[in-house]
Design a protein around this ligand. Structure first.
Ligand code: ATP
Length: 353
């Protein structure tokens, strides 16, 4: 059951179409991230859901109501922006109370609600402070409290963490997720940071050039990237180029490996995406599904050792756990790499018929 539906929405500014036939269904209480490079249209989608932009075509439906042409203040939406956007001349209390006053709530009720919200974000003791007296992280929590105070039915977060330093960013994203789950509020989160999206979301929409390239859980997006773009945008991986052999096997420069779900007639070019952690070093080529290659570089990263291994025109990255008992192999050594047939992902393969 979808609570929020974006239905074939497009948006053009003059001749420039920045969102193209964008579809998305979000369940009640779900946390969905829009992830993609700068300029891919994430913010424009969010602003159309908020009502700050009107779609050129398509519809936006929230809880069964078509809101496409409703102004922002009639959509029951709470929004948090990248820049804290608090009212600088108002105390924390007044900032959080702002939407409630506009809505005409009684004074006593406002007091109770603001107190409840400040408690939720752990800033009850700072109600009398002004924005300039607070850190960026605290200001952003106040912005969140202000957005949530009027009990919106949808929370929209536009890169709310990107102005903060790395440590605060990580702790605040956990806090946002925890509050979102506690309240069960349907949320759309815009970010260009893949780690942020992977760590916080129920589902991720990877956007490219105004379109949704893939929609899936973090697990699916990371492990089963549907396209070359998604594969290269999310995390680290290597691409192995070869040819289908017609029997679920792939030929990589004369070496034969099995790959789950490999279709394609013999001779068809195949690109296999492999994460560094999917590969392991094995003592020799005797195990099934191994490839031989030469170590080109070894990077000691602490808990993990990353190796770059060349096989003809292909270069594979491999992560091995550090073992105090066994120093990593050296540059120039020939090694055997193993991966399970189901651990790679074939890119841009036509769908099964
Ligand atoms: P970023 O991460 O940099 O914010 P984004 O993915 O959120 O990028 P949008 O802000 O949605 O991207 O912008 C998508 C495209 O639409 C960009 O090329 C942008 O220049 C253009 N655009 C956005 N708003 C307007 C506008 N009001 N008028 C004209 N062009 C616009």
């Amino acid at each position: 059951m979808s609570f929020l539906r974006i239905d074939a929405v497009s948006k053009s500014f003059g001749a420039n179409t920045v969102v193209q036939k964008f579809d998305l269904s979000i369940r009640k209480g779900e946390f969905v991230s829009l992830l993609g490079p700068s300029g891919c249209g994430k913010t424009t989608v969010l602003r159309m859901v908020a009502g700050f932009e009107t779609p050129s075509s398509g519809a936006i439906v929230i809880d069964g109501q078509d809101v496409t042409n409703l102004p922002p203040n009639r959509r029951r939406i709470g929004m948090v922006f990248q820049a804290y956007a608090l009212f600088p001349n108002m105390s924390v209390f007044d900032n959080v109370a702002f939407g409630l006053k506009i809505a005409g709530m009684a004074k006593a009720e406002i007091g109770a609600r603001v107190t409840e919200m400040l408690k939720l974000i752990g800033l009850g003791h700072l109600a009398d402070r002004y924005p300039y007296q607070m850190s960026g992280g605290q200001q952003q929590r106040v912005a969140l409290a202000r957005a949530l105070a009027p009990k919106p039915q949808v929370l929209l977060l536009d890169e709310p963490l990107s102005a903060l330093d790395a440590k605060i960013r990580t702790s605040l994203r956990e806090e946002i997720r925890q509050i979102q789950q506690q309240l069960g509020i349907t949320t759309i989160f815009v970010t260009h940071d893949q780690e942020e999206a992977l760590s916080i979301s129920d589902r991720i929409v990877v956007m490219n050039g105004g379109r949704a390239e893939q929609v899936g859980t973090p697990f699916e997006i990371y492990n089963r990237p549907a396209t070359r773009f998604v594969a290269s945008f999310i995390g680290t991986l290597s691409l192995l180029e070869g040819e289908a052999m017609g029997d679920g096997q792939m030929d990589v420069a004369g070496q034969k490996i099995a790959v789950t779900d490999l279709r394609g007639a013999p001779g068809t070019p195949v690109t296999l995406a492999l994460r560094p952690e999917a590969l392991s070093l094995v003592p020799s080529a005797e195990r099934a599904n191994t490839l031989q290659g030469e170590i080109e570089a070894v990077q000691f990263l602490g808990s993990v050792v990353r190796m770059r291994v060349r096989m003809g025109a292909n270069v594979l990255l491999l992560d091995a756990f550090n073992s105090p008992a066994a120093p990593p192999p050296l540059r120039g050594e020939t090694v055997s790499l193993h991966f399970a047939p189901g651990d790679g992902q074939i890119l841009d393969q036509p769908l099964a018929v």
